[in-house]
Design a protein. Structure first.
Length: 157
């Protein structure tokens, strides 16, 4: 049996950006009939929202695109560094936090989610938490964009 490529999307609270990235990437995989080849999840660097559903604005945005986010927030765990091939941060601060807690025996590639997109102006997926509906729409669009480029990268490697 072929092993699955595993990807963990990470943001601060796991209630806005990373659940969208997870759901959008799963949708992209489903569109290409590739979901069976991947293990996808999301997590937080912070313990603040463990067990909570995604932010209502996040869920509303996703539902408007035909995606139901049922994920409950969880915190990044030391085992994630051994179980996932890629741990992808939404912003630079998240990546710094991930790198600080990565164990010596980390096997995951730690990177910015946006780094798979060739657009040099797309560096981070901004946190929409203190914003409005347009900010949540922007997160969805950026996750779509980065997700398609991530899949292209994974299919080449």
């Amino acid at each position: 049996m072929e092993s699955k490529t595993s990807i963990l999307f990470v943001c601060l609270g796991n209630i806005c950006r990373s659940p969208v990235a997870e759901a959008v990437f799963l949708e992209i995989l489903n569109q290409h009939n590739l979901s069976h080849q991947f293990k996808i999840d999301s997590a937080a660097t912070s313990p603040n929202h463990i067990g909570e559903k995604a932010d209502p604005r996040t869920r509303k945005q996703a539902i408007s695109k035909g995606i139901d986010i049922t994920h409950r927030a969880r915190q990044l765990h030391p085992n994630d560094f051994l179980e996932f091939d890629y741990i992808l941060a939404m912003d630079k601060k998240n990546l710094e936090d991930i790198e600080k807690i990565a164990p010596e025996n980390n096997k995951a590639i730690l990177a910015m989610f946006a780094s798979f997109d060739p657009d040099p102006n797309f560096v981070e997926v901004p946190d929409p938490y203190w914003g409005d509906a347009k900010d949540f729409e922007r997160v969805y669009e950026l996750c779509q964009k980065a997700g398609h480029h991530l899949l292209k990268h994974l299919l080449k490697s």
